[in-house]
Design a protein around this ligand. Structure first.
Ligand SMILES: [Zn+2]
Length: 273
């Protein structure tokens, strides 16, 4: 196995870190454009204050921000620390997935999923919306993974499709029904439509058993982070009691990627002894 060599393993890990950092930079740009109604595909990166087009030196993940001391090189305006933090989180996510899954189709699939989760978290934090385009991207990545498994003969595609679909519907449908009841009881939206769609996607990726663990983790993260986020500025037409639940689900997805399988096995083994 090629990764048995520590040098090759370390080299691959560094490559994944660099790729993750660069994708974090792209995610920053994409999330900002979606939130501000700009085209994702067209137009060059620019300063959000003075509009000056950014050169190659301004686009080096983390380092550009550090060396410019968190300011735009052209207008001197403060640049949010959220940009390098997002890039670092992306780098850590890519390396962590590589450490668990090695050089595999899962690593490609889950790194793409991580980038989508990061993008939707940023957009949800700013606008309390999880765009359908990102949900569809996640579904397309999962479908491409299943096709790749079939083409390379690495697994039973029929079983994978079955588990994927059961995972998606088995958790999302009961949660949809529960949220409809809660909406009636509370007289307002309890769980956003985007959150439900994201939990459906999580079920597609992790199966129904891990998805139950994921919902539990997301609720804990949401309970801890919710009060902190509630005071944030939000769109004028937003419910004052609402807060972005997407980032909590995204964090739970990441934990599930790294430890969902062992946690569910450990839990089931407690009942088998
Ligand atoms: Zn500027």
């Amino acid at each position: 196995m090629v990764l048995d060599s520590p040098v090759v393993f370390a080299y691959c890990a560094v490559l994944m870190a660099v790729l993750g950092l660069c994708m974090g930079s792209f995610v920053n740009c994409m999330a900002w454009r979606v939130t501000h109604g700009e085209s994702v595909m067209h137009g060059r990166s620019h300063c959000t204050t003075c509009g000056h087009e950014l050169g190659i030196l301004d686009l080096i993940p983390v380092l550009s921000w550090v060396f410019s001391r968190g300011r735009c090189r052209y207008c001197g305006e403060h640049v949010s620390g959220r940009y390098p933090i997002t890039e670092l989180v992306s780098g850590v996510a890519y390396v962590s997935v590589f450490l668990v899954y090695g050089l595999s189709l899962e690593t490609i699939e889950l790194c793409a999923f991580c980038s989508a989760l990061l993008a939707l978290s940023l957009i949800d934090l700013d606008s309390l919306i999880i765009p359908n385009s990102i949900i569809l991207f996640c579904i397309a990545v999962r479908a491409a993974y299943i096709v790749a498994v079939g083409v390379t003969g690495q697994g039973d595609v029929a079983m994978l499709v079955r588990d994927t679909l059961i995972g998606g519907f088995a958790v999302a449908v009961p949660l949809l029904l529960l949220s409809l009841v809660m909406d009636r009881v509370l007289g307002r939206d309890s769980l956003g439509g985007g959150d439900l769609k994201l939990l459906f996607v999580a079920g597609l990726y992790f199966g129904w058993m891990q998805c139950l663990f994921l919902v539990l983790v997301a609720c804990i993260v949401g309970l801890v982070a919710g009060p902190l986020l509630r005071g944030r500025s939000k769109p004028e037409d937003a419910d004052p009691k609402s807060f972005p639940f997407g980032p909590a689900i995204a964090i739970a997805c990441w934990i599930c990627m790294l430890a969902g399988g062992p946690v569910v096995s450990w839990y089931l083994n407690m009942f088998l002894i």
